[in-house]
Design a protein around this ligand. Sequence first.
Ligand code: MRU
Length: 358
Amino acid sequence: MEREFYTLAWIEEEADPRTGRKGFLSLLDQTLLPESEQYLKVMDVPSLISAIQRLSVRGAPALGCAGALGLAAAACRYEAGEYREFMRWLETRGREVAAARPTAVNLGWAVNRCMRSLRTMIEKGEENVVSLKNALVEEALAIQQEDKELCEKIGEHGKRLFEEKRTRVLTHCNAGALATGGQGTALAPVYMAHRQGLEPRVLADETRPLLQGARLTAWELLRAGIEVTVICDNMAARAMVEDMVDFVLVGADRIAANGDTANKIGTYGLAVLAAYHRLPFYVAAPYSTVDLELAAGGQIPIEERDPGEIRSGFGRLIAPEECPVYNPAFDVTPAELITGIITERGILRPPYSRSLRD
Ligand code: MRU
């Protein structure tokens, strides 16, 4: 029997009478999967930012949970004299954490939600730093718990797409338990269908350059006993023409007000292929991934990553050292290519500018 894994967890420690509540964030180091399962202990902001930027923790909703819990862990250790000083420190650290990865809106959303709840307490007269730290931990835990519930609801709504036995779904990157505080967004309906004996089958794009599909999606689905087959990203068209796919289902890092959706690089190409082959293309995401402040996908900031991620692979150089490399981590799928957006409230249909706002 394999040991249960968790993506992230708050580990409570003995409180210090001087500084109050104490704990740390424990993260499954996803850079080591599938070879080894090791957990990282995060107690300060530099190690939180480094874990986020190295992708030890990744996936939009998990980034939100980790940002909030990691900030809370660091705050527990901060020895502040009075509340104004504590809040100044927290606002600065919060901005640094929120900026660690720019595309997934959940990270900034979660940090802002924590800051807002503390500011409200202060407006109501709270000046005790220990109480503020305690409230920060509670808010971060509430974000994690809520994310788990959002995943369940997405699973319930999305399960409708799996009513036929042995439905075949193509997914990209990892939008499962490793990407959220719960069972996932795009993979939540798959887990739900599996639990009901519907035997869903998953085709997982390996997802170059960092292989979240091959390393993470395949790993977590196999552990759950779900049928999964890995393909290279450039095999999706072949799989579609060979009638191996019923529909495409992916997660999201940020959804603009008109429904344009940023997700892992390669998602847009998959949507174009799905449209050409007349296959439905679904996105699954909670409300925390929707950014109504951005009118359209062109305004979504796209993270560009280290060229070394592309030049090296398989433990060696795979492109000439001096060769220029373009490495955007995400792309934007236009709303017109999206058949439906599975949210905790149900499956939204176009026009998304109306259904998302409603
Ligand atoms: O760079 P990553 O691994 O953080 O990218 C993750 C994705 O693109 C996921 O598909 C997205 O965050 C949805 S996660 C439920």
